[in-house]
Design a protein around this ligand. Structure first.
Ligand code: SF4
Length: 469
């Protein structure tokens, strides 16, 4: 175990101090010696073990999971939420202000630790299938993880669950059922169906989301017992700023370098962790770890080191890379295809990485800013706007193709892959492959099964690249 924790960036003194709490939580999840050995193998295979900043980020995810699971016995107020991340500012404003408040996305942490690292999600998914998210009915695997944790008694004490309906109806429906079955108080952030097909249309839903986020702010204030006001939100943003700046610098380096210096799965890990609410100590650690990682990636770029060869075809991966199973993107990279960008990091209207903040949209208060940032994300946008964002990103970053995962069990992302494929191919001339898979359930779509199709796609990309020269 000590060796494993060293691989997760723990210093010797930290290991001695943290080991009993980590062991306790690992025992609850049934992590045994065999799992620890598998975890070490997966770190060596999927994690760029030489990057010390990344090792620290692995360790911080573990710390965050331990703190979250033990919140009950440590008598904390625990506020839970999940992706998509509209509530991060509110929750961090509360948790940074008071040591007595914990706020996080428990099921995402479980994907990051029990899925990505240990490949041990099966018992959790199976527990959900014994309950109301049955097998064979294309139920969302992310929600199965949330339900399975509750069925197994592993979901942390939850004083409030913030449920986000902006992408799909399955999520709030599931949370309502969790509220009924497991006595969890739930607050809903509703969805505005009027997404619009043009940039100007966004302003209509901005006010709606601003209002929804303000309602959530009021609810969180009631639960934590103090007002989560604008000053606290601005202070939370200040505390998070370094991690955001260095992570953005890393994304810029990756998308602008050839060869691509970092794997897509690791990039996704830092992207999601940066977007989640975390405890204050973890945030301080994340600020340092992202700075260190940026310096390491910069140094790799200077030396021309990459995870694929220089000149390899570069693709955009839509909608987002799995947090549960890095083996599929690893297989794609082993086949010589670089993935410097995923759709969840690009914005409407033209696939930029930074939000546009014009006069109307800059926002009067922090809540408007959150709403404005939310509605600019490509994955939250209407199909015409997603097409424009992906097309814009392909052109802007000189990409050679797009891989669109047909996440078959998702109410939201399963609907559009063929429409996106046709439109993006017409607009850009690059090949788009639709690949059936499951982002959060590694049981049915393995890297080996998908390899032949990706090999053929790689050949197509290389041929198209030669033809364009
Ligand atoms: S159905 Fe899709 S959008 Fe809805 S919670 Fe599941 S993964 Fe997210």
């Amino acid at each position: 175990m000590k060796k494993f924790l060293e691989l997760c960036g723990f210093e010797p003194a930290e290991i001695d101090a943290e080991l009993p709490r980590i062991q306790k939580v690992f025992d609850m999840f049934g992590i045994n010696q065999e799992d620890i050995e598998r975890g070490k193998d997966r770190i060596n295979k999927f994690w760029d073990p030489e990057l010390k900043g990344l090792a620290k980020i692995r360790g911080l995810a573990r710390r965050e999971l331990v703190d979250t699971i033990l919140a009950r016995e440590e008598n904390k107020i625990n506020v839970c939420a999940s992706l998509p991340s509209a509530t991060t500012d509110i929750l961090n404003a509360a948790s940074f202000h008071s040591d007595n408040v914990r706020a996080t996305y428990p099921d995402v942490l479980v994907l990051m630790v029990m899925g990505y690292l240990f490949d041990k999600l099966d018992p959790i998914l199976e527990a959900a299938e014994e309950h109301f998210l049955r097998p064979g009915a294309a139920q969302c695997s992310l929600l199965q993880v949330r339900l399975g944790l509750n069925v197994l008694g592993l979901y942390p004490k939850c004083d409030l669950l913030m449920s986000m309906g902006s992408l799909c109806d399955a999520l709030p429906k599931c949370d309502e059922a969790l509220g009924l079955y497991f006595n969890i108080p739930v607050h809903y952030i509703n969805c505005c169906q009027d997404r619009g097909a043009d940039w100007e249309d966004l302003y209509r839903s901005k006010d709606f989301y601003t209002n929804e986020i303000k309602k959530a702010q009021k609810k969180v204030s009631e639960v934590v017992g103090f007002e989560v006001d604008n000053d606290k939100v601005n202070e939370a943003r200040r505390i998070r700023r370094d991690a955001a700046i260095y992570a953005n610098n890393i994304f810029d380096l990756v998308v602008n370098s050839d060869p691509v210096p970092m794997s897509a799965a690791c990039l996704q890990y830092i992207r999601i962790f940066r977007a989640m609410p975390v405890g204050r100590k973890t945030q301080d650690g994340l600020n340092e770890a992202n700075k260190l990682l940026f310096e390491e990636i910069q140094e790799r770029v200077n030396r021309g080191v990459g995870v694929v060869e220089k000149g390899a075809p570069r693709i955009l991966y839509a909608p987002l890379v799995s947090l549960a199973d890095p083996s599929i993107t690893n297989m794609i990279e082993e086949l010589g295809i670089a993935i410097p960008l995923s759709e969840d990091s690009i914005l409407v209207p033209d696939g930029e990485l930074r939000p546009q903040m014009d006069e109307r949209g800059r926002g009067e208060d922090p809540w408007e800013k959150v709403a404005y940032a939310l509605i600019q994300r490509s994955i939250e946008a209407s199909v015409p706007m997603r097409i424009r964002a992906i097309t814009g990103a392909v052109k802007r970053y000189h990409l050679d193709g797009v891989l669109n995962l047909f996440h078959y069990s998702c109410r939201y992302f399963a609907g559009d892959p063929l429409i996106l494929k046709d439109a993006v191919e017409k607009a850009t001339g690059v090949p788009v492959m639709v690949l059936e898979g499951d982002m959060y359930d590694p049981r049915f779509y393995t890297a080996e099964q998908l390899r032949t199709r990706v090999e053929a796609f790689g050949e197509m990309l290389r041929a198209a690249k030669v033809a364009h020269k």
